[in-house]
Write a protein of this length. Structure first.
Length: 406
């Protein structure tokens, strides 16, 4: 069975220094009344208490806190650790202590990490904003120092043997926000906080040591700079200056001194076309040699001669062979009709022929299959001829040289 610890004088004195003595009851911002050293259970309006009675009320309040620490901490604790945890739980509250990382680290057996986790409880609500309070930072430091104080004396750590280095992993211990100095008045009927402008700490920009990743990146960059050195480009050769001698000058040597810069001629930009310009109609006199409209209708117009177009195929391989146009669609239609007739006749014969022919030298099924294949083949040939006949005009348009019937 785990032994139960009792609060010692060290915890009482630590809480008295941090809480401060309030002789008359005052109302807190949450509506509760407080008196003495943070006592709220029996405090009421207009009550007064002496210093001895306030200490007695504090000891009475620490009974419940000691019970919480004994019940929820399963790791064995020495007296200093127990006193520091009681003072810590008295400040943050029993419920917050139950759900804190300090209790979780203690039950895991990580006492040093639990002491560091105590310093994270340093913020408070002030004027609707969470700020780091310098008094809470000092209180957490005192509780942590008491927690880490060994009962049998300090373990020596000589500096020539152990040289301390910066712990870059402990970023949560150092607050990024500058702690604010708050002042609490222990007199009057209202418990309030005031910002103490005289005790404010001004942030000082200290150059933090570079991280391990930054140091590695700088080392790699310096090595690459040594390997791949910058190549110095040779100086630019002097430009050739073109001199032109003016033959009309009275003094040739004076004309030679004049330098002329050769610039490309400026191209004249074409005037933009006027899209909104109305076209003009010009009347041209009719030529007697040209036929009139009525003459053109009566006599067929002569076909203009087309200019020969260079054909890559004609130039290299000679004239292209031109297939002669076949006849019309009559043969194709006839083949299609014959195929359909053969196919339909075979089907009709198979349906109306008695079954006695089925055992002959040529069965009914074989005849139907042969006739059907022949009919389908004839229809396929007819379709090919029709498509070839219909697709010839399109090829002539692409070729550009229509083939006329001869």
């Amino acid at each position: 069975m785990k032994s139960r610890n009792q609060v010692s004088r060290a915890a009482i004195e630590l809480i008295k220094r941090c809480e401060g003595y309030r002789r008359k009851a005052a109302q807190a911002p949450d509506g509760r009344w407080t008196i003495g050293y943070g006592h709220t259970l029996t405090a009421r309006e207009g009550a007064e208490v002496s210093a001895d009675d306030a200490e007695a009320l504090l000891i009475y309040d620490l009974i419940a806190i000691s019970h919480v620490v004994n019940e929820w901490v399963f790791a064995p604790l020495n007296q200093n650790q127990f006193d520091a945890l009681v003072a810590f739980a008295f400040n943050i509250g029993a419920e917050n202590f139950r759900h804190s990382a300090v209790l979780r680290r203690l039950n895991e057996g990580a006492f040093i990490q639990a002491a560091c986790a105590m310093e994270l409880w340093r913020k408070a609500e002030f004027e609707g904003e969470k700020i780091v309070v310098d008094a809470l930072v000092r209180r957490r430091s005192a509780e942590k120092a008491l927690f880490l104080t060994p009962p049998n004396g300090w373990v020596p750590t000589p500096s020539p043997v152990v040289r301390p280095n910066v712990d870059l992993d402990a970023t949560g211990v150092v607050p990024r926000q500058v702690p604010a100095a708050l002042r609490t008045s222990l007199e009057g009927t209202t418990a309030a906080l005031y910002l103490d402008e005289t005790e404010q700490e001004h942030p000082i920009s200290h150059d933090e040591p570079p991280s391990a990743a930054a140091q590695a990146a700088a080392s790699v960059s310096s090595r690459l700079a040594g390997v791949f050195k910058e190549v110095e480009l040779p100086p630019e050769p002097p430009r050739l200056v073109v001199e032109e001698r003016n033959a009309m000058a009275p003094f040739p040597h004076a004309a030679a001194d004049a330098l002329f810069v050769l610039t490309p001629p400026e191209e004249e930009e074409p005037e933009p076309a006027d899209l909104f310009k109305e076209p003009k109609l010009e009347l041209v006199a009719a030529n007697e040699s040209e036929p009139t409209l009525f003459e053109a209708e009566s006599a067929p117009a002569a076909r203009p001669q087309e200019e020969p177009v260079a054909d890559l195929f004609t130039d290299r391989l000679g004239p292209r062979p031109r297939a002669k146009r076949k006849g019309g669609l009559g043969p194709a239609v006839a083949l299609a009709a014959a195929g359909l007739a053969i196919f339909g006749g075979s089907v009709f014969w198979a349906m109306n022929t008695p079954a006695t022919y089925a055992n002959g030298p040529l069965s009914r099924g074989a005849v139907v299959w042969l006739a059907g294949i022949l009919g389908v083949a004839l229809v396929g040939v007819a379709v090919y001829l029709i498509l070839d006949r219909l697709g010839r005009p399109a090829l002539e348009q692409i070729d550009g040289r229509p083939d006329r019937d001869q």
